[in-house]
Write a new protein. Structure first.
Ligand code: FMN
Ligand code: SF4
Ligand code: SF4
Ligand code: SF4
Ligand code: FES
Lengths: 863, 419
């Protein structure tokens, strides 16, 4: 126990902290500028000077550790004079352009001067000058205002890990440089903006249109970009979002955001937003009233159900919509229309991964806390770059490495490049060989627990790759040794699984191997989630074989329980999944499809097949916020409210449920749950839902998993797995693995087209954000330098990229970290998107899609 | 006194290993290897050697701290940044006596169990770089450096790291940052380098001259060494003397030699027989002395008694034709230029002081400027992150204290008292 006296107050400390923190504990405020909670101490501004008895000089409270018996004074004449002097010094070179500066009103320097500063400065000469810098698309730097606290740099280096900025120059000619168009690794997270105390680094998005006192209302909500679910605050004025900010202490992101969350909010204001319902009349979409649209949908659904039966109708839910929206769509399909034909693009990898792992380990196996990753001592990352798919989760892995943990990346390291202990880069799709080798070796050296006999039996039957197989995979035996040694030594490991693990090769085998590894070393698993609510889609029952709460449809008990509670019949036959619905539409079994918040034509491989299938439908209902490619084909288009315009909840990849709150509805769109509810009522549903809250009330009544979980609990951050309700436990079920006793052939000649998942874009929503588009404006094909050289192209030149599906010209961008033999293209831009080029097959065991037709021809385009 | 540090300096081959060995070089090393590392540290403690880099910290104590830290590897860094204006005493050692330094470093490394050493060399000493690298090569060839030195199982590797011209990189923690490849800026202390230094490991930083004293201490023993010069801070000392003297240069004299003796006997008195006006005794950061103080012995103990410091032992002598306002202005210009920018008072305050001095010197001084200047200096003094800023403030305060009338004259008459 440390006891000290600060301004006459006795302070007792359990563990050693700085004098500043001790004072805070005692309720004593010491002014600071370079200090920022969570960043390493710097001690440069000298504002926090205090007197300490027995020490001749004034001391900086932010760097001095409190010691037993210390007597500290924080408000003497000497200290006041010192503070005044420091502020007078700071104002020497700080321009007094406060009326014009966007920071005015929330500038720490302004506040400090008002409180502690001199009335007037005595410096008579001219201030230093430095032009404002607009090199960056979304950040403006005004280094004349910089007070050189280095908070931005410590943030960028130590927490963000981008190492994009530093101090250049010396003395009063020190400036924070440079961001510059990504050239210097800037990830545009904007976290430096949060910590800059003055107006030196600011967002260009609200330049000269923002003052703190303009903010009429602040709405705490959850980011709509990815499955991490960062908490953020919408600052609203006159119906518009003027800024989104994170807040220290709020949510799992605790003051950090990524570029999409911080700057990508303007998609809700895109010109492309739908403004009215539309009906297709003779091949042309015509605006109609909501009434007409509803009547049309209801009439057509009734007709189709009567003529073809309920199973001729299907629904596609959305990982971008809330739990309430998705619950309502599955409710419409199941309990009103009477079909289990409901699925979503979570089918593309997320749902099969979670389902498969839960089959082996039980429900909730992937529900692990993201903030715990940094405290682990090791991580294996496979199948995708967490720093771009789920950036804030990625930062946790960087932090893990920084604190001395081992990070092993299988595949191109991407944003973990400087944070991986080493990377193992097998030839495309040879991960299976690497994992097989590691698992085989590991179980030889480490005895299994004997808990899961099914799993252990299969591990025993695993074919171990021979020397030659490893060679074909492009990985040495020493690398396998090293991985085995390191994995074995990890005490609190995590395994992070990305989409690529499922979308290539044999998904079940890859998943099985990862599960076996996790089992052998006792790892916590995370499945990266590209959408904010893939997990919610699953938990709300938007699966053809699962009811809300993850209850299998073929258990009569679960169906009965819902029937009793709702007084509605639950169809008992398993429905069609996404791919089966496409097939059924193509061969005429499916007549109507209700697509909510998804652009199937854009998001699925095999575009031609999808197009033909959709064309063959009698009724295509598309409910979206934009006129997507799919919407253009629709018979009826229903405009929805966007993320910032509606209430509800998201379930993130840790299964944490968080509130989404409406800022204000500026579009003519309506909340998805509400539209679905109107249609359900037209089809004979008697239940009235008047708010998202009403919907949630029903969810917690019928989903045993969510039993008793109120909006209040969710708001208080209590909705962390396991909830009050009951997970489905103790189902060590049977599961199958494809090709347990064989290994894949590795094609070494082909050039493979892979999906690029850039930090700045996720799906097509980000394409509608002006801010994000300004950073990543057009489609580019990422190529390894030697592949580029092979066909004689340089960065910025064009190539013709072709598969049997499409042949399109696209600009090249060189990426040193990409494997040779792989080129990658994002699925962002209409016309030149990854999915357009490729096809798929479905692996029966997992129901996951496997990308095919991805071997490409490349040819330089002559100018 | 027989020369220890500058021994053989007139031999054109003094930098070659043959010449060095011939004059008894590397015998201290052989003797040291017969001793326990701990015993060497004890010997250095007994010698009373205090660091020659400026602060005068007891070397044996520093080593003791570092050797007690259980972390390994440990590093030995030689501070050859020699950035303090007026200071050029390390230069003859680096250029003419590199093996003395290398031998000193090997003994120190052996005592500290450090396996890697770096000489952080002032960027503006290109010739020293060539000499040092050649000497290191020779030492490797003779088996004084390497994995198994003289077959005794001692490992020590040494290389030269050249600075890029920043004064602050002479400050030991900034030097460490710089060696690590970072921006040269001082670190928060504690932890001190002896516990958390280069790459987070226990590190000893010693000045060139400090390390060059080690072979002699081993040779004659700590006890005998402690009898040289002032017993409170004993040993031979290099003084670099410059400006208005007849014979500027580097002189090796016992610690505690009176300033007057150095100026008038060794450096040949004031140039042209003019009147002495002021002396800066220990490099630009040390307060200026007036002629009445020159009887003071030059050492760490006595100079503070007359209001200054020994610093690096760089004596700058000014006669009655020199404008003290101008000297002060030039000194502060240096500090402004060299301020690393980390802390507010030094970054902003040095420039402000310079601009006030500039207008006084240029004949545009205003009434109240002296008080303003003093106030700014007081606002810096004691509040900076590292001693650089403090040094700047003390220079201004001491110049005003000692030469108020010159400052006054400048402001009132818009010209210098010397004109
Ligand atoms: C601004 C500043 C500059 C310094 N420059 C030097 C230098 O050039 N050479 C040097 O040996 N010590 C210099 N020092 C002192 C070092 O910080 C350190 O005290 C010294 O290297 C320790 O060696 P010693 O114990 O052998 O004296 C400087 C200190 C400060 C504050
Ligand atoms: S936006 Fe992020 S990555 Fe870029 S400089 Fe700021 S903190 Fe660093
Ligand atoms: S830009 Fe802002 S945060 Fe960065 S050093 Fe300057 S004042 Fe501090
Ligand atoms: S006093 Fe401050 S600004 Fe000046 S050199 Fe030291 S740390 Fe840097
Ligand atoms: S807050 Fe302590 S020095 Fe800046």
């Amino acid at each position: 126990m440390i006891k000290l006296t600060i301004d006459g107050k006795e302070v007792e400390l359990e563990k050693p902290v700085t004098v500043l923190e001790a004072a805070k504990k005692a309720g004593i405020r010491i002014p600071t500028l370079c200090y920022f909670e969570g960043l390493s101490p710097f001690g440069g501004c000298r504002l926090c000077l205090v007197e300490v008895e027995k020490l001749p000089k004034l001391q900086t409270a932010c760097t001095l550790m409190a010691a037993d018996g210390m007597v500290v004074r924080t408000e003497t004449e000497q200290i006041k004079a010192a503070r005044r002097a420091m502020l007078e010094f700071l104002l020497i070179n700080h321009p007094l352009d406060c009326p014009y500066c966007d920071k005015a009103g929330e500038c720490e320097l302004q506040d400090l001067v008002a409180k502690y500063g001199p009335e007037a400065g005595r410096f008579a000469e001219g201030k230093r000058q430095h032009p404002e810098n607009f090199d960056d698309p979304i950040i403006v730097r005004n280094m004349e205002r910089c007070v050189l606290c280095t908070r931005c740099i410590r943030m960028c280096n130590d927490l963000q890990g981008a190492y994009a900025i530093t101090v250049t120059g010396r003395g009063s000619h020190s400036f924070v440089e440079p961001f510059s168009g990504g050239k210097y690794n800037c990830e545009y997270c904007g976290n430096c903006l949060t910590v800059c105390p003055v107006g030196a680094i600011m967002s260009r998005l609200h330049r000269h249109s923002y003052r703190p006192w303009f903010v009429e209302k602040e709405v705490e909500t959850t980011c709509g970009y990815c499955g991490v679910g960062c908490s953020l605050i919408l600052q609203m004025r006159e119906e518009r979002i003027i800024r989104t900010i994170p807040r220290v202490g709020l949510g799992l992101n605790n003051g950090l955001l990524c570029v999409r969350g911080r700057f990508g909010y303007d998609f809700v204001e895109s010109r492309d937003r739908l403004s009215t319902p539309m009906i297709n009349v003779n091949g042309e979409l015509r605006p109609v009233s909501w009434q007409e649209a509803y009547e049309f949908v209801i009439r057509r659904l009734k007709e189709i159900k009567e003529t073809h039966g309920p199973t001729a109708i299907g629904g596609i839910a959305s990982g971008r919509c809330t739990n309430e929206d998705n619950y309502m769509l599955q409710r419409l399909m199941r309990f009103v229309i009477g079909t289990n034909n409901i699925d979503s693009t979570a089918r593309l990898y997320y749902a099969p991964a979670v389902a498969y792992l839960e089959q082996i380990f039980g429900q909730g196996i992937t529900a692990n806390l993201i903030p715990g990753i940094a405290n682990s001592d090791g991580a294996l990352v496979i199948g995708g770059d967490p720093t771009t798919i789920n950036p804030i989760l990625g930062l946790q892995i960087r932090a893990l490495w920084r604190s001395g943990g081992k990070v092993i990346v299988v595949g191109a390291p991407g944003g973990l490049k400087r944070f991986a202990s080493y990377e193992v880069v097998p030839r495309p799709f040879a991960e299976e060989i690497v994992l097989s080798a590691v698992v085989s070796r590991l179980v030889k050296e480490k005895e299994l627990k004997g808990e899961l006999t099914h799993l252990e039996e299969k591990i025993k039957g695993l074919k171990e790759p021979a020397e030659g197989d490893l060679q074909a995979a492009g990985v040495s035996a020493e690398t396998i040794d090293r991985m085995v040694t390191d994995l074995k030594a990890m005490e609190t490991p995590v395994i992070v699984i990305g989409p690529e693990l499922l979308q290539h090769g044999r998904p079940s085998k890859n998943l099985f191997l990862t599960a076996a590894l996790a089992y052998a070393i006792n790892a916590r698993m995370f499945v990266l989630s590209e959408r904010p609510n893939y997990q919610g889609v699953i938990d709300m029952g938007c699966l053809p074989d699962m009811l809300p709460g993850g209850r299998p449809i073929d258990f009569e008990m679960f169906r009965h329980k819902i029937e009793e509670t709702l007084g509605k019949e639950v169809p008992q036959n398993k429905g069609l999944n996404l791919f089966e619905m496409i097939d059924a539409a193509a061969d005429g079994r499916l007549k109507a499809l209700y697509v909510m918040g998804e652009d199937l034509l854009f998001s699925l491989p095999g575009r031609e097949k999808t197009r033909k299938a959709l064309e063959g439908l009698d009724l295509l209902i598309v409910q979206d916020i934009y006129l997507t490619e799919t919407a253009k084909m629709a018979d009826v288009v229903l405009p929805a409210a966007s993320w910032s315009e509606k209430d509800g909840t998201f379930t993130n990849l840790e299964r944490r449920i968080q509130r989404v709150r409406a800022g204000r509805t500026i579009s003519s769109g309506r909340p998805d749950w509400q539209i679905v509810s109107e249609i359900a009522r037209g089809l004979g549903d008697d239940k009235v839902f008047s708010s998202a809250h009403d919907v949630w009330e029903e969810v917690i009544h019928i989903s045993p998993l969510h039993a008793g979980l109120s909006y209040e609990d969710i708001s208080e951050g209590k909705a962390i797995w396991p909830y009050h309700g009951e997970p489905l436990r103790g189902v060590e079920g049977e599961f199958d693995v494809e090709g347990l006793d064989s290994l894949p052939k590795v094609d070494t000649d082909a050039i493979i087209l892979n999906m690029h998942r850039p930090l700045y874009h996720s799906g097509s929503t980000s394409r509608r954000s002006k801010a994000l588009i300004s950073i990543f404006p057009e489609p580019v094909l990422m190529m390894n330098p030697s592949d580029a050289k092979g066909i004689g192209v340089e960065e910025g030149e064009k190539v013709r990229l072709a598969t049997s599906n499409a042949s399109i010209e696209v600009k090249v961008k060189i990426d040193r970290d990409l494997q040779q033999g792989v080129v990658s293209l994002s699925n962002t831009f209409e016309g030149v998107n990854f999915m357009r080029f490729v096809d798929y097959t479905v692996e029966p065991t997992t129901g996951s899609m496997v990308i095919t037709n991805n071997s490409v021809k490349l040819e330089k385009v002559k100018e | 006194m027989e020369k220890v540090l500058l021994k053989n300096i007139d031999n054109p081959d003094s930098a070659r290993i043959e010449a060095y060995e011939k004059s008894g070089g590397y015998s201290g090393l052989k003797k040291a290897f017969e001793m326990e590392p701990k015993a060497i540290i004890e010997e250095v403690k007994r010698s009373g050697l205090r660091g020659r880099g400026g602060a005068g910290f007891p070397t044996g104590m520093k080593w003791d701290f570092a050797s007690r830290d259980p972390k390994f590897p440990k590093y030995l860094l030689c501070n050859a940044d020699e950035g303090e204006p007026g200071t050029f005493k390390d230069r003859p050692l680096l250029e003419k006596r590199p093996h003395l330094l290398i031998e000193g470093m090997i003994i120190s490394a052996y005592a500290l169990k450090a396996e890697y050493g770096y000489i952080y060399l002032r960027g503006e000493y290109p010739h020293a770089k060539v000499v040092l690298e050649e000497a290191i090569k020779e030492a490797y060839e003779r088996g004084y450096l390497g994995d198994n030195i003289l077959g005794k199982g001692v490992k020590f590797h040494l290389s030269v790291h050249q600075g890029a011209g920043a004064y602050i990189c002479g400050e030991e923690t900034a030097l460490i940052e710089s060696i690590e490849g970072k921006r040269g800026q001082p670190r928060i202390k504690p932890p001190f380098p002896v516990n958390v230094g280069a790459w987070g490991m226990p590190t000893v930083v010693n000045n060139v001259e400090t390390l060059s004293n080690i072979p002699y201490i081993i040779e004659i023993g700590g006890e005998a060494y402690s009898q040289i010069g002032n017993p409170e801070c004993p040993g031979p000392k290099l003084f670099s003397i410059s400006c208005c003297v007849e014979k500027p240069g580097v002189y090796e004299l016992p610690m505690g030699t009176p300033l007057k003796e150095i100026i008038y006997e060794h450096a040949g008195g004031i140039k042209g027989g003019r009147q002495l006006k002021a002396v800066i005794p220990g490099g630009i950061s040390t307060p200026v002395l007036t002629p009445d103080k020159i009887d003071c012995p030059m050492d760490f103990v006595n100079l503070p008694k007359v209001g200054s410091m020994l610093g690096s032992g760089a004596i700058m002598v000014f006669d009655d034709t020199v404008c003290m306002v101008k000297v002060c202005w030039r000194a502060i210009k240096f500090f402004e230029h060299e301020s690393c920018g980390k802390c507010t008072p030094c970054r902003e305050g040095t420039g402000w002081m310079r601009s006030i001095l500039e207008r006084i010197e240029g004949g545009f001084g205003r009434e109240g400027d002296i008080e303003l200047l003093q106030d700014v200096a007081m606002s810096i003094a004691g509040k900076t992150f590292c001693p650089l800023g403090d040094g700047a403030a003390n220079v201004v305060l001491s110049f005003i204290r000692s030469f108020t009338e010159e400052f006054d004259y400048h402001i009132k008459n818009k010209k210098c008292i010397t004109q």
